[in-house]
Ligand binder design. Structure first.
Ligand code: SAH
Length: 222
């Protein structure tokens, strides 16, 4: 696919990306469809040109408005927990740079993504279609989800949530899964919520991570 004004993704970039994928694999991610999807998304498109090397380090990186593009390992870890199948409806909280969104799209998901920082929302809205990615993008509050588009097969939260938002559980299909880092402080525990029936959930707590906080209404504008 060639698009007008598309940034360059050459052999050098692809080589750097291959190395990054091998680093993630060495850290224990063995979900081939996820690793292949990440191989297809040129992460350097999501960072300023000057930061080419950082784009292929396994590190989080500042993207403006006090936010970060998640560490590639974290993207791989969260995405593999979701177990995306082609055509599934996925709600993502925290569009940020749109990198994680693009990985979900590469796996064939229909992605609905919410961002609460206007600056980042506007940027992603303009940028993603230009590199061939077309999620449904919303400027709003992730705690509320998207009731008018519910239910979702899967829900992914990419910011640190102080608690599990009840509206997200409501908007999940029975049999669906939420992947959410939970913790009010600096450290969050990656948590999966399986919806076992209309009223039942099964919760699993996994490894610890560090995310930027999922801000609540009262913190808007801070
Ligand atoms: N998935 C992103 C990661 C961005 S960091 C990426 O790949 O780049 C988490 C994002 O969550 C930030 O952009 C932050 O602004 C956003 N966020 C924080 N609180 C939120 C809320 N209540 N609703 C929606 N987005 C929120």
């Amino acid at each position: 696919m060639t698009m007008k004004n598309m940034p360059e993704d050459n052999f050098k970039h692809q080589g750097m990306r291959k190395k990054l994928i091998e680093t993630i694999r060495a850290k224990g991610i063995d979900d081939e469809p996820v690793l292949e999807a990440m191989m297809r998304v040129p992460r350097h498109f999501f960072l300023d040109k000057a930061f080419l090397n950082q784009a292929y380090d396994d590190q989080a990186f500042k993207i403006g408005a006090g936010q970060t593009i998640s560490q590639p390992y974290t993207v791989a870890y969260q995405t593999s927990l979701l177990g995306i199948k082609k055509g599934e409806k996925v709600l993502e909280i925290g569009t940020g740079s749109g990198y994680q969104t693009s990985v979900l799209l590469e796996l064939g998901a229909k992605v609905f993504t919410i961002e609460r920082q206007k600056e980042l929302f506007d940027k992603a809205k303009k940028f993603l279609p230009g590199i061939g990615y077309a999620p449904k993008m919303f400027y709003g509050d992730g705690y509320k989800g998207l009731p008018s588009f519910a239910p979702f097969d899967k829900i992914l939260v990419t910011c640190g949530a102080p608690f599990i938002p009840a509206d997200l559980v409501t908007q999940l299909k029975v049999g669906g899964i939420i992947v959410i880092p939970v913790g009010a402080g600096e450290i969050q525990t990656m948590t999966t919520i399986l919806k076992t029936s209309e009223t039942g959930i099964e919760k699993h707590e996994l490894k610890n991570f560090r995310f930027v906080p999922m801000l609540e209404d009262k913190a808007w504008g801070k």
